[in-house]
Design a protein around this ligand. Structure first.
Ligand SMILES: [Zn+2]
Length: 253
């Protein structure tokens, strides 16, 4: 197992032993950053720092879970990019579709570590019987984080071989898979008409029940039709659909 990251070390040094003790404004204060609500025109949050002190300004009128993530994201900039001020647009905070690198993703990773530290997240995730959006939503409520941020964390830190695939009207937008799944299980660009994701995408239903479906509905690799997986679909942001796929062990060889 990887060593603890900076955010997790900080939480442990503060004696945090449960999700409800992650008081983001108090943590910011211990890092020298004061949080205030403000009216921001073109951005979601910003941090202005000088020497060891900083002020984070965050939109006060939004979703409280989103606000927590934005503050934690700015603390990520404070930790990693000290010496420069950051102004972050909504599209830069918690954006999954923009790929891995860059300072915005580094700030997001810090935020996820701070709000959902693996040492608390892993045991609570593993306490559920199987991967599901019900489990993800329960974890999101426990950690006061969004469904989307929690779902990504769940993929990385639950004990099951699962992945999330996000589709919009124009095809696949992004996906995230657990590290235990081989790279050759790369999801298709288009949605299969057999999948419930189609009904969610076109608004016939808001979410589907977990359903067993042929793996070739999601992967066009040769031989995919020999396997089955479990899919569960919910509405994502805007018109997107999020599909949670749980692979069977036979697919991991
Ligand atoms: Zn940022």
């Amino acid at each position: 197992m990887k060593g603890l990251g900076q955010a997790e070390k900080l939480l442990q040094s503060l004696g945090v032993t449960s999700p409800d003790e992650i008081d983001i404004e108090a943590i910011a204060w211990t890092m020298g950053a004061k949080v205030r609500n403000g009216i921001l025109e073109s951005c979601e949050a910003r941090i202005i720092g000088f020497r060891n002190q900083a002020i984070i300004t965050v939109k006060g009128d939004g979703d409280p879970r989103r606000r927590r993530f934005s503050i934690a994201h700015e603390l990520g900039h404070w930790q990693h990019h000290r010496g420069r001020s950051s102004v972050c647009r909504a599209s830069e905070i918690g954006s999954v579709s923009q790929g891995g690198a860059g300072i915005e993703r580094q700030a997001d990773n810090y935020a996820a570590d701070l709000l959902m530290p693996a040492y608390l997240f892993r045991p609570l995730a593993a306490a559920h019987r199987r991967p599901s959006f019900e489990a993800i939503d329960a974890l999101a409520a426990a950690f006061s984080t969004s469904r989307l941020a929690t779902a990504q964390r769940f993929i990385d830190h639950s004990p099951w071989p699962c992945m999330i695939v996000c589709h919009g009207q124009n095809g696949r937008r992004w996906f995230r898979r657990n590290g235990g799944i081989p790279d050759h299980w790369f999801p298709r660009d288009d949605l299969d008409p057999e999948s419930d994701a189609m009904d969610v995408l076109y608004g016939k239903i808001d979410r589907s029940r977990p359903t067993i479906i042929g793996a070739d509905a999601w992967f066009d690799r040769r031989g995919a039709d020999r396997f089955e997986l479990t899919e569960e679909c919910v509405k994502g942001f805007g018109n997107d659909v999020l599909a949670l796929l749980t692979l069977k062990d036979q697919m991991l060889d």
